[in-house]
Design a protein around this ligand. Structure first.
Ligand SMILES: C[S@@+](CC[C@H](N)C(=O)[O-])C[C@H]1O[C@@H](n2cnc3c(N)ncnc32)[C@H](O)[C@@H]1O
Length: 277
């Protein structure tokens, strides 16, 4: 029989690798052969020598720190399957906390909602899936990100509106009931920016001046104008930034300020409501 057993390769490569786990190799093979897990374990399909070469190249890229999601061009987020590549941040599990909180706070009544800095569309599309009556807008400064988010809308059979905008510049005052944003919040001097985990992701999605707080302050100040009276802002931030974010929310007249932890127990999200006369 031509080629080598996929299941043998999973064991062989993962035993010889310090980085790639059996699960990584399994996912790379499923993607390479466009098959699902049942077929892999039922039929143990052969890998041709071309496919084996491709697999080994992908494993090498993984060992250099490239996220698995970029190699297989896919990531599960909430209940969605999203296309991702190097033009968008890989959506993180800790970002799901923001979705949980928004869904807990608001029932199905109609709302006008903005996912600001949408990237792959993760937040806006997840909310649109859960709250079909909501009018969801997704914006980003990156055209490439908007194109990917639009592709994800179509592949998940959802309907949202996409707007190209530098933060809230494209929007009028008193427009949204809810704004959600996971902005860039890493200090440009933070060595993590050059670490394996982050160095393949778009720098514009990661870093922000003023110790990571510059974009957070722009988003808070402009959201205070674009939200309707009593409108709500939900912001993701760094694990050590909650006190500064709370101070900024107060500075721009937000009240009912709350903070939420992620699954690691780190402060990760702050929310507030805007007081207006
Ligand atoms: C941390 S990523 C978040 C992506 C996505 N919302 C998520 O949670 O996976 C930040 C996003 O903000 C966008 N962004 C950065 N600066 C921006 C700006 N000035 N105006 C609008 N979007 C911006 C980036 O292109 C990127 O998609």
């Amino acid at each position: 029989m031509d080629g080598c057993s996929s299941l043998n390769q999973i064991k062989l490569i993962s035993n010889n690798s310090e980085v790639s786990t059996e699960l990584d190799i399994e996912l790379l093979i499923l993607n390479l052969l466009s098959i699902d897990k049942n077929i892999l374990y039922r039929d143990d399909p052969r890998l041709s020598s071309d496919k084996l070469t491709e697999l080994k190249e992908l494993v090498q890229r993984r060992e250099r720190g490239e996220p698995l999601a970029y190699l297989i061009k896919s990531i599960g987020f909430w209940s969605l399957d999203l296309y991702v590549d190097e033009n968008v941040l890989v959506p993180r599990p800790e970002t799901e906390i923001i979705i949980e909180k928004v869904l807990e706070d608001f029932n199905t009544a109609e709302k006008k909602v903005l996912d600001l800095g949408t990237g792959s569309g993760a937040i806006g599309l997840a909310l649109s899936k859960e709250r079909v009556g909501w009018d969801v807008f997704c914006s980003d400064k990156s055209f490439k990100a908007l194109k990917i988010a639009s592709k994800n809308m179509q592949s998940n059979s959802l309907s949202v509106s996409f707007i190209h905008s530098d933060w809230l510049e494209a929007f009028a005052s008193d427009t949204f009931d809810i704004i959600i944003c996971n902005p860039p919040y890493i200090d440009p001097d933070d060595p993590r920016v050059h670490s394996d985990g982050l160095k393949f992701e778009p720098i514009s999605a990661l870093i922000s001046a003023s110790k990571g707080l510059k974009d957070i302050e722009i988003v808070i100040s402009k959201s205070s104008e674009r939200l309707v009276k009593n409108g709500s802002l939900y912001l993701e931030h760094g694990h050590d930034q909650s006190q500064q974010v709370i101070s900024l929310l107060k500075k721009y007249n937000f009240s009912e300020i709350r903070k939420f932890k992620d699954l690691n127990g780190d402060d990760r999200v702050c929310s507030g409501k805007i007081k207006k006369c």
